[in-house]
Every structure is written in structure tokens, then in C-alpha cells.
Design a protein around this ligand. Sequence first.
Ligand SMILES: Cc1cc2nc3c(=O)[nH]c(=O)nc-3n(C[C@H](O)[C@H](O)[C@H](O)COP(=O)(O)O)c2cc1C
Length: 192
Amino acid sequence: MTGKGQVRKVVVLLGSPRRKGNSALLAARIARGARSAGAKVETVFLQDLNIAPCKSCYACQKENSKGCSINDAMQEVYPKLLGAEGWVIASPVYWFTMSAQTKLFMDRCFALLANAKESFAGKRIAIAMSYGDADPFVSGCVNALRTFQDAFRYAGAKIVGMVYGSAFGAGEIRTNEALLKEAEKLGRDLVG
Ligand SMILES: Cc1cc2nc3c(=O)[nH]c(=O)nc-3n(C[C@H](O)[C@H](O)[C@H](O)COP(=O)(O)O)c2cc1C
């Protein structure tokens, strides 16, 4: 099990189509904290990648499986996920839950479950979310947070922390310095 201080590599998954949007800014501050604690950080902008939805073929779960059968950009993401001890998942709230880009990514992580011991056990995960409503419950943010909690508990990975806040226009979250500081601390905690 990877504990504090054993995270050398962090991969950041950006699930908003806004490269400099609110969830991406939160993720950038988590990344800054992780770097300051000594980790190498690589960022993946999911919107740029051609990632198909899971087709429920279950090839990934068969004995001696070579993983997901879909030959698309996710094949470049899997090694990054396996090679990093820390993951940061950043998403806006869309229709009361995570964005479609983030959900596509999550569904395709199903392929890693076949080897959950190597893939998920010991991973340390940070979540960053933003939403337009003032309230995390009314906005639907809590639905997504709950999904991440359930999914990573099931997979055997550890969510180290979650930062989330209200902002509408791209970059508006910049005015919430307290939240950005919290994000930076989460980055340090992710690494230990
Ligand atoms: C398609 C779409 C659906 C949205 N649905 C919600 C919603 O259900 N609840 C909410 O509070 N905000 C909603 N918003 C607002 C975004 O969550 C908000 O602007 C967020 O800060 C965007 O984050 P980003 O800058 O990282 O993309 C929606 C925005 C879009 C474009």
C-alpha cells in the first residue's frame, strides 16, 4: 500500500472542456502542492483525447486479458495511470453530476479492475470540482463526490481529499483564495 511520502508521480486528469476553467485551476493548485512536496506531475486534458465509451464487452475481465479491447487514446492513458502513485481527478458539475468527459474516463477505468491489486491498491486520489450553484448539494456536486467515494472504495484506492467550490465563469474560482490554499495543501497531503 502506498502511504504518505511514497508518491513520486502524480497524474492529473482534467475533465472540463475549459483548459483554464475552475476545476482546472483547482487541479493546478493541487499539482503545485504535489510538486512542492517532491512529486513529478503530468497533466492529461481529457477533452483533447479521443476516448470512446465502454462497450461492455468484458474482454478486460477475462482470464489472461490484455486489458481494454478498445484501441483509442485511453491506451496511452492507462500506462500513465499505472505509473503514478497519485491521481488528481478534476471535473465541473454538469447536470448534477460529473462531466461526460470525466464519466467516460471513469467507465474506461473499469478495465483496470481486473487487476485491481496492482492498479488501484495503494493509489492516492484527490478530487477537485466546481459548480455554478452556490450550494454543493443543490448543484449536484455531492452526487459526483459520492460516486467517486463509492467507486474508489470499491476499487480499493484511497481518496486523500476533495476540494470543491462554487464559480460560474471560467477562472472565477481564482477569487476564492481560501479554497485554492486548501487545494494546494491537498496536493502536499497527496504526496505526504
Ligand atoms: C452543460 C453544463 C451543465 C451544467 N450543469 C450544472 C449543474 O447541474 N449544477 C451546477 O451547479 N452548475 C452546472 N453548470 C455550471 C458549471 O458547473 C460551472 O460553470 C463550473 O464552474 C464549470 O467548471 P469549469 O470551469 O471547470 O468547466 C453547468 C455548466 C454546463 C456547461
